[in-house]
Write a protein that binds this ligand. Structure first.
Ligand code: AOF
Ligand code: ZN
Length: 338
């Protein structure tokens, strides 16, 4: 089998994988089953946690034609019984004679499928387009490594670093285009998190509202953390769907509760207290700062005291990109060294 052909089939499997959902507790995986005469007999991709794995979808379509065929899978077929059974056994039982996969499974519970297939007499080749496959599941792999959801902190400030005026009023520091951009980014996450302080002060809805009033494909979970009560009249209850109240002040505990609920990519819009708690605990993975060319001269910063007393202790971040949005600037940065 030529490497070029294997890569071409793997590209098709990667296209299928990309149709899967993110954020999700599971990775995005695609599978193509090809008969010895070069005919595609089955295709599938993983539709998210709790649904059949990509290989199972493709095997169902292939039925008897899987016998003697080659399966191209973007992730090493699993060896474990989780929400679904081991794909390595299903491939071997269906009589697939060769399995080509891209990325080894970084999840230690599921890894080992390659050896299992090999032991069952199936020819196995790994590492074909491994970097491309890893690329589409980069955020997923980081959540597996960290054992917690990723956290993106969003802040809006004036040029002089103020997020609220001296009287506490804080709405509309940035312009409409920047606010629309926030909604687009919120839509790429599976939870929006604020503290009870922000909830009581700003009464946010925490929903995704698309430009022009277009319906959002999916609304992130609305989550509020803190020990104060969430008033039943709060606007966060206006939209359909659940509001999760995380009754803790501990960011790690809040993330554990979200993780158990299947959340993997959190959009943090809390006020200065919550921001300081997450930053202080090293639990911020991405920062989006919207900076308006405006001055307040007094008022609160976006983050409370981080305990830094000297410039030698300054917390540096690596710049990812800077974009002008309407009359404001958006800076994306990540903690140095990530
Ligand atoms: C595969 N094919 O399409 C996917 C795999 O809880 P489960 O049973 O869905 O298992 C989830 C784990 O299986 C997930 O963490 C990852 O290691 C692997 N995902 N494996 O063979 C697939 N989605
Ligand atoms: Zn599987």
């Amino acid at each position: 089998m030529g490497d070029t052909a294997a890569r071409a089939w793997m590209r098709r499997a990667l296209q299928l994988a990309a149709a899967g959902p993110w954020p999700d507790p599971n990775p995005r995986v695609g599978c193509v089953i090809v008969a010895p005469d070069g005919a595609v007999v089955g295709e599938g991709f993983h539709h998210g946690a709790g649904t059949p794995h990509a290989e199972i979808e493709a095997l169902r379509e292939a039925a008897d034609a899987a016998r003697g065929a080659t399966a191209y899978v973007t992730l090493e077929p699993c060896s474990h019984t989780g929400r679904t059974g081991p794909c390595s056994d299903a491939l071997a039982d269906a009589g697939v004679s060769r399995v080509v996969f891209a990325q080894s499974d970084p999840n230690p519970d599921a890894a080992g499928g390659a050896e299992r297939l090999h032991a069952a007499g199936v020819h196995v080749t790994g590492g074909v387009l491994a970097d491309e496959a890893a690329g589409i599941n980069e955020r997923w792999a980081r959540t597996v490594d960290l054992g917690r959801p990723l956290v993106t902190w969003k802040l809006a400030t004036t040029l002089d670093g103020r997020s609220a005026a001296a009287d506490g009023s804080s709405q509309w520091i940035t312009g409409e285009a920047a606010r629309a951009d926030v909604h687009l980014l919120r839509a790429t996450r599976d939870a929006v998190l604020v503290g009870t302080g922000t909830l009581l002060a700003d009464d946010p809805r925490l929903t995704v509202r698309m430009p022009g009033g277009a319906p959002a494909l999916q609304q992130p979970l609305r989550a509020v953390m803190g020990l104060r009560e969430v008033p039943s009249r709060a606007r966060v209850h206006d939209a359909p769907g659940a509001v999760m109240h995380l009754e803790t002040r501990d960011p790690r505990e809040a993330l554990d509760l979200l993780w158990c609920r299947g959340v993997r990519d959190v959009w943090l819009e809390g006020g200065p207290t919550l921001a300081a708690a997450f930053l202080g605990a090293g639990l911020v993975d991405d920062v989006y700062a919207y900076v308006a060319p405006a001055l307040l001269g007094s008022g609160a910063a976006a983050v409370d005291d981080l305990g830094i007393r000297s410039i030698s202790e300054v917390r540096r971040l690596d710049l990812v990109d800077v974009v002008v949005i309407g009359g404001d600037v958006r800076i994306h940065a990540v903690p140095a060294g990530t």
